[in-house]
Structure formats: C-alpha cells, structure tokens
Design a protein around this ligand. Structure first.
Ligand code: GTP
Ligand code: MG
Length: 355
C-alpha cells in the first residue's frame, strides 16, 4: 500500500492499494451494500475488519485496476495497517505523489472535486477548537451549521439508492422514465414486464441518487420471474423505497405488507377514476406519470426525499464527508449543547496533526 496523504495524525489518510494486495484487502472489507462493483458503485462505504474486528469506517474508491482506501488518520489505525499490509511513506520511492493533489486530480465527479476542495478547508479539529472558543450561543450556531454541511457532504459522497417498488403494472417503469427524462425502461400494460432491475444515476432536488426500477410483485410465470422478484426485494434492503400504488386499484394486501414507517408511498395513475384509499394507509404523493412533466415529478419526489433526509435545497457542498460515527455523534451532541466541552477539547487535541 502507498499513502497518498502526508504522514502525521491528519483526520483522513488515503491509501493506494497495490494490485497484488487487492484480494487480501477486499477480504478485510465489509461493504454497506452488496459486494459487486455494479451494486455498490465506484465509491462505497465499508467497515475495515482486522482480525474480525470492525476497526474503521472507511470510503473505498474503486478505480478498476487500482483501489483507494480513505481511512481515518489516527496513528493507532495506521500502525495496524502498516503491520498488516505495509504502507509506503509518500516521501520515499520514485513514484511519490504530492499529497492532496492526487485526491483533487482523481475526483470522479464535479461534486467530489468540490468535496475534495472543501475538505481541505473544513478541518474537524480546527472547526471544533474554533467552536469551543466561542460563547455558548455562537458556538451552537456554528456547530449546527457544521452538522448540516457534513450531512450535505455525505449526501454527495454516499449516493443513496432509491428503489421504485410495488405491484406489477403499478406504473413504476413509467415513473422511472419520467424522472430520467427518457424512455430507459420498457413500459406496457402487460404485468411483469420489467424483470432485471434497471439502474441509473440521476439527481433529485440537487442531490445525486441512484434510481432503480425493479420487477413488480405479483404473478410469477416461471422461475426467472421468481428470481427477478427476489432480486428486486434484495435491492430494497438498505435503500429508500418508493412504493408505487396504482390509485385506480387502491392499495392491496401486497402493498400493505411492503409498507413500513420509512416507505414513501406514491399513488400513481391519478388521472384515472380512483378506487377507495383505506384510512391510515399513507399517501405521500399523488401523480399521473403519463401526463405530468418530468420536471414537476422530479421536483415533487426530490422535495419529498430532501425533507425525509432533513437536507437543505441544492447549494454549496461544504463540510466534512468523512466523519466517524463518534465524531458525528460528538458534533450532534455539541450542537445540542449537551457535550462536555472539556472532553471535546481533549479529543480535538488528540486529532490534531502532529499531536
Ligand atoms: N392512465 C395512466 N396510465 C399509466 C400511468 N402510469 C403508467 N400507466 C400505464 O400503466 C401500464 C403499466 O405501466 P408500467 O410503468 O409498465 O408498470 P410497472 O409497474 O413498471 O409494471 P411491471 O414492470 O410489470 O412491474 C402501462 O400501460 C402504462 O402506460 C398514469 O399515470 N396514468
Ligand atoms: Mg416495469
């Protein structure tokens, strides 16, 4: 492994995995989503497991032949990784690269480029130190702003999956195509038309999402249909599920079984005469995808997702994208005014490069 970031106790250390170590490193990663590259995308969050212990919460950037691990920079963790894989110092060797330049040069999208730049400016330890030096009122304001910025940054780094689920013929593929502004998925009156999931990166309300059209729930003609329906259910795990219900038929037992507290329910085909909608069954959005413009549908669904995730409208990225869960909790607690400033100050000092 080669370290791309400068040595020292910086917040984040970026490590380039040598091709011959790729398999050994992959064996130590547990991804938050599936293991296939197609499933998890080129940038994914993973637990780093060393001797079966979840040692760090990292970002994995898969560049095909090469792979980067964006780990936390604590000396203890870097020591463990050096012992396990051997890390070459960027100052040695002919192929040494300038530290943050590699990150900036190799960003995969404009959002990541913006993030790499922002990350240089928003340093966790200095932000916390600056906040703790302020009077309580001003501190709470600064911390709340930092918290929001970090959530926005995470929304750009961890592209969430939005799965359009529901019964066969509910109008999932029609909605999918409208949201993408093009006829990507096959649509038609025949139930069970979509089999293999269709996946596309898009943006709603200014935030990137992966939108997924899956096989509908219903009659399976053969074993391929059974597999397709099962694959669709698998894709819903860990994703934001939009349950599309044909409003001209109303929700049935299948919809009831699929609907959890987190499900966003969209009533489709609202241009047709409506069936009864049971009291208590949610209906977050009503649409007629055949007739509505893509823009209005994107706005409506985007705003719904944005509210659900408590994110502001599109704007500057800002903030930290690589906070550990404990840093995030600390930021949250500090913003709520419940943190112990003394403890926060000591953690900040320990995080500071060179400490
Ligand atoms: N009137 C009306 N028809 C719609 C609307 N949305 C979809 N449809 C029609 O409903 C039928 C089914 O639409 P699809 O989008 O293919 O449904 P699906 O949920 O993807 O179906 P499966 O792939 O079989 O699970 C098609 O004939 C569409 O033209 C709508 O808003 N209004
Ligand atoms: Mg379909």
């Amino acid at each position: 492994m080669r370290q791309l970031t400068p040595p020292g106790a910086a917040g984040v250390a970026v490590l380039r995995v040598e091709p011959q170590q790729r398999e050994a490193v992959l064996a130590c990663l547990r991804f938050r989503v599936g293991d296939g590259v197609a499933e998890r995308g080129p940038i994914a969050r993973a637990w780093l497991l060393l001797d079966g212990v979840a040692t760090d919460d990292i970002l994995v950037v898969d560049r095909g032949a090469g792979m980067e691990l964006h780990t936390h920079g604590s000396p203890a963790l870097q020591g463990l990784l050096t012992a396990r894989f051997g890390i070459r110092d960027p100052r040695t060797g002919a192929a040494a690269e300038p530290p943050a330049a590699a990150l900036l040069r190799e960003a995969l999208s404009p959002q990541q480029l913006a993030l790499a730049l922002e990350q240089q400016r928003y340093d966790w330890a200095s932000c916390m130190s600056a906040a703790l030096a302020l009077p309580a009122d001003a501190r709470a304001e600064l911390l709340a702003a930092a918290l929001l910025r970090s959530r926005v940054a995470m929304a750009h780094v961890e592209v969430p999956r939005v799965v359009l689920a529901g019964q066969q013929n509910a109008g999932k593929s029609t909605l999918f195509n409208r949201l993408l502004f093009r006829e990507r998925s096959v649509v038609g009156p025949l139930p069970g038309l979509t089999r293999d999931a269709v996946r596309e990166r898009t943006a709603l309300a200014g935030f990137p999402y992966e939108l997924i059209d899956i096989a509908g729930e219903g009659h399976a003609v053969d074993s391929i249909d059974v597999q397709a329906i099962e694959a669709g259910r698998e894709l819903q795990r860990g994703a934001i599920v939009v349950l599309v219900v044909d409003a001209s038929r109303g929700p049935g037992d299948v919809d009831r079984a699929m609907c959890t507290a987190d499900t966003l329910v969209v009533a489709s085909k609202s241009d047709l005469p409506r069936a009864a909608w049971p009291d208590g069954f949610p209906r977050h959005l009503e649409i007629a995808a055949e007739f509505a413009t893509a823009g209005s549908l994107r706005d409506a669904l985007g705003q719904l997702l944005q509210r659900r995730r408590a994110l502001p409208g599109a704007g500057p990225v800002g903030g930290f994208a690589a906070l550990t869960p404990s840093q995030l909790a600390q930021l949250q607690a500090a913003a709520d005014g419940t943190s112990d400033p003394g403890r926060a100050a000591s953690i900040c000092a320990a995080d500071r490069p060179g400490a």
